[in-house]
Design a binder for this molecule. Sequence first.
Ligand SMILES: [Zn+2]
Length: 270
Amino acid sequence: MPELPEVETTRRGVEPFCRGRAVRAVIVREPRLRWPVPDTLATGMAGQIILAVERRAKYLLFQTAAGIALVHLGMSGSLRVVRRGDPVARHDHVDVALAGGHSLRFNDPRRFGCFLWLAPGERHPLLANLGPEPLSPEFDGQLLYRRSRGRRGPVKNFIMDARVVVGVGNIYANEALFLAGIRPDRAAGRVSAARYECLSQCIKQVLTSAIEQGGTTLRDFVGGDGKPGYFARHLHVYGRGGQPCTCCGSQLRACRLGQRGSVYCVACQR
Ligand SMILES: [Zn+2]
């Protein structure tokens, strides 16, 4: 599943092809995504110039003077840049044809993604109630400490709650908790301010290094091969239950928290 680093890498990959370009046409081959692609997408976006490509949480926002195209990659989606005339593959549901000969192509085998159109000033419910961006200065240990007081649920579920902070998916939550030495099942309200400061830094670190790794796979996003370039990551704990801890050699323990797989070291994480 594309997580925040893949979405940010996609943004960085497609932006140079889109920004300042006029949209010649929008071709919708399959409108039945997670929510139907509205007719207003093609009518609203055609003829507009893409002013900026922004990201909020895991949503991409293509800004124009007439509105915003809001894209989510869902479970299996990818957005890449192709040349006009490149053959259309199965699951290539939406093309945004740009002046100059490139198209943005949205492919999504499982169709859990979305491609919506927001009128100027429209506040979409999907974007309401989102917490701060994890890589922004507003996200820090103080925020985590304040928001967690009185919470009895596991700290891992707390940091994956998009109302607290957006974009901390399961992989990155596992990895950041390992680096911070915090057990994922510890009650969120019982983690100290100093440890939350450390955890906030570790969250920024795992996301930043994933985005940096992603930079090396940018060609996968802009190439024509249709394969989303989800990253091979260097992981300490995620997916490594039963294997030795990279730090102390103890056997890593796997458990489930809120239906999500969690792996931690009983020796290194408390
Ligand atoms: Zn260990």
